[in-house]
Design a protein around this ligand. Structure first.
Ligand SMILES: *[C@@H]1O[C@H](CO)[C@@H](O)[C@H](O)[C@H]1NC(C)=O
Ligand SMILES: *[C@@H]1O[C@H](CO)[C@@H](O)[C@H](O)[C@H]1NC(C)=O
Ligand SMILES: *[C@@H]1O[C@H](CO)[C@@H](O)[C@H](O)[C@H]1NC(C)=O
Length: 599
């Protein structure tokens, strides 16, 4: 998300020199937390480690920043003000007791707004069973709560059916021009036709905290089994939105709020998964960014590519299924000239086509597995795309994440959709919270200084009390770093002439990298090496036993993963499609039992 357009508009947006190691600045352990935080969240289905998101936001005047984090006890969300220069704490944290996820954060000049989820008080009429949390927004002004607004649960979208949100996995955005907050989040319906199914919802709340029902913008149900959300403000509703569903595609669905619209890509999917395209569990932030003083946007995701398009027999043509082209995931970008318009071609919907991904603008094309892709914008044309790699991945699961030794985070400058030079690499910095364009033009984000590992399922929770920040600056940004000398202009010129080679942006990935051979379930057998960077780790928790179960599609078209711990149940294939919303509304074909930490 971006703020501070006033300051940024003063900056040039010409093509920049490639990034160098000195473009990356770190503020290690700068923010002392008043409560502890578990920086690792196990992923849906695989249990592999993901960074637990710490939403980060800067106010429009550039003077105050905030970081939100879930307490390690998972009993509340803390919002800590942060100095945007030193990244140290300012004042004491505000605590929203009962919050279960730090799901999105907007900074204002006078406070902040938080998206979280919480269980309703026992005895609440029409509450979801089992204290399943419901999504809720809080607004704090000068340290005091000014309003609180539920976005689902009792009384909301009752005609369609009531919904809860065990995992938000979405985002909160705010537009001053529209005077509106938008939230896009995952839901599970607990009454009505969709009861028991997972989907997503988009809700708008005005400045006074009133939930709005806006025709053509608000959505009680959109993408089936939404497995990734990218959401960014626009000057009017609807905001720009993208969903990754488990039927076969990623859609720019600003206009439709559903799993149709502009088809950004074909993806190989399985029930509840699409390659963790937008980060999977604890992802769905900084995936879509608006260029400064522009109506254009850039989106990044990870994909295994797509080939051999077949008809999606549940949805019918032109909806497709695809086979993945690669074992690993590569990083891709798409650009939009406005919130409704893709630059370049849509993904193919030609049944029988061998090629389903020729339109993709790949940022990487190798055999390393890439994950945790995010993007933010420096100015009108320059963007920073980041991801993590496993050089030698083992990818046991269709459409899920991979495991293997973490071999680094990468930061790539992209100008007008074209890579500028090579990415810079870091093995001790990565992105674990929103990438924000600061008032001086740097892009900064939070992370936890720890030995990151992607070797296997999470075994024990970690616990930390410090957050670090990293920033990347490009030429023309006003930042000065005290620690690393900026290159002289002569050096910078030398670097740019020797390194900047605009790379062909449409290279296809190698078609068939070596496949892993194992089909065993790794969950019960893999020794785990999760870093625990503090001396006081939280108690060990058996995450293996809480892995959600999965079902086979009755058509047999979607193979169920082969987890030993899974329970395979018959599906609810044939669940009726809703009518009257300009197309199908995205009910999934397979029932997933609750409680399920579903993306
Ligand atoms: C996904 O790809 C696998 C091969 O890796 C294939 O067996 C499966 O049918 C594909 N899924 C869909 C929905 O087409
Ligand atoms: C598709 O992805 C799965 C999971 O990573 C992998 O096992 C399979 O080999 C991939 N297919 C191709 C053609 O690379
Ligand atoms: C990472 O591991 C090394 C070697 O075990 C250790 O010296 C270092 O302190 C660790 N770093 C962090 C941030 O935990």
């Amino acid at each position: 998300m971006l703020y501070s357009t006033f300051f940024l508009s003063l900056l040039a947006s010409a093509a920049s020199a490639a990034l160098t190691d000195s473009s990356l600045e770190k503020h290690v352990g700068s923010l002392a937390l008043s409560s502890s935080f578990n920086p690792i969240k196990d992923a849906y289905w695989t249990g592999y480690p993901h960074h637990r998101r710490t939403p980060f936001a800067v106010s429009p005047d550039g003077k105050s920043a905030y970081l939100a984090y879930l307490d390690a006890s998972e009993t509340g969300v803390h919002v800590q003000q942060v100095d945007p220069s030193t990244f140290a704490a300012v004042g004491t944290a505000t605590t929203v007791s009962g919050g279960k996820e730090a799901g999105g954060l907007v900074a204002h000049n006078d406070g902040f707004a938080l998206l979280t989820n919480e269980a309703l008080p026992s005895g609440t009429a029409n509450a979801p069973a089992g204290s399943t949390p419901v999504p809720v927004m809080y607004r704090f002004t000068s340290g005091q709560q000014t309003w609180k607004t539920f976005l689902a649960g009792p009384g909301i979208n009752a005609d369609f059916g009531l919904a809860a949100t065990p995992d938000i996995n979405g985002d909160l955005a705010y537009s001053e021009a529209a005077g509106m907050y938008g939230a896009y989040f995952v839901i599970t319906a607990y009454t009505g036709e969709a009861a028991g199914h997972f989907g997503d919802s988009i809700q708008y709340v005005n400045k006074e905290g009133k939930l709005q029902t806006i025709e053509g913008a608000s959505s009680s149900w959109g993408c089936s089994h939404n497995t990734g959300i990218a959401f960014e403000a626009a000057d009017s509703v609807p905001f720009a939105s993208i969903c990754a569903e488990d039927q076969g595609a990623i859609w720019l669905n600003t206009k439709t709020q559903s799993m149709n619209g502009v088809k950004i890509s074909n993806e190989n999917v399985t029930n509840g998964a699409s390659n963790e395209a937008m980060g999977g569990m604890s992802g769905s932030y900084s995936g879509l960014a608006r260029f400064i003083d522009s109506s254009a946007y850039i989106f990044t995701w990870v994909s295994r590519g797509a080939k051999d398009l077949t008809v999606n027999d549940w949805l019918g043509a032109p909806f497709t299924h695809a086979v993945n082209r690669t074992n690993n995931r590569n990083v891709a970008i798409a650009q939009f000239s406005d919130k409704n318009t893709l630059v370049g071609s849509e993904a193919s919907a030609t049944i029988g086509a061998a090629d389903g991904d020729s339109q993709v603008n790949w940022i990487t094309t190798g055999t390393a597995d890439c994950s945790n892709a995010h993007v933010a914008t420096f100015d009108k044309t320059n963007a920073l795309v980041t991801w993590e790699e496993i050089a030698n991945p083992t990818c046991d699961f269709i459409s899920m994440g991979c495991k293997g030794a973490y071999t680094g985070s990468y930061f790539q400058l992209v100008n007008a959709g074209v890579k500028v030079g090579s990415p810079i690499k870091s093995t001790d910095t990565y992105v674990a919270g929103d990438m924000v364009t600061m008032s001086d033009g740097r892009i900064c984000w939070p992370y936890v200084d720890m030995n990151w590992t992607l070797d296997g399922p999470v075994e024990s929770p970690a616990s930390v009390t410090k957050i670090s920040f990293a920033c990347v600056k490009i030429d023309g940004t006003a930042a000065t770093t005290s620690t690393s000398a900026a290159p002289s202009s002569a050096t910078a010129d030398a670097i740019s002439s020797s390194v900047v080679k605009p790379v062909s942006s449409t290279v296809q990935p190698a078609s068939s990298p070596a496949q892993p051979t194992t089909t065993d379930s790794p969950v019960s057998t893999i020794p785990v090496t999760t870093s625990v960077p503090t001396s006081a780790p939280a108690p060990v928790e058996d995450t293996g036993s809480t892995l959600p179960s999965f079902e086979l599609a009755s058509s047999g078209a979607v193979p169920a993963p082969t987890l030993a711990t899974s329970t395979v149940e018959s599906s609810g294939q044939g669940f009726p499609r809703p009518t009257g919303t300009g197309g199908f509304g995205g009910f999934e074909t397979k029932v997933r039992p609750t409680p399920t930490p579903l993306v």
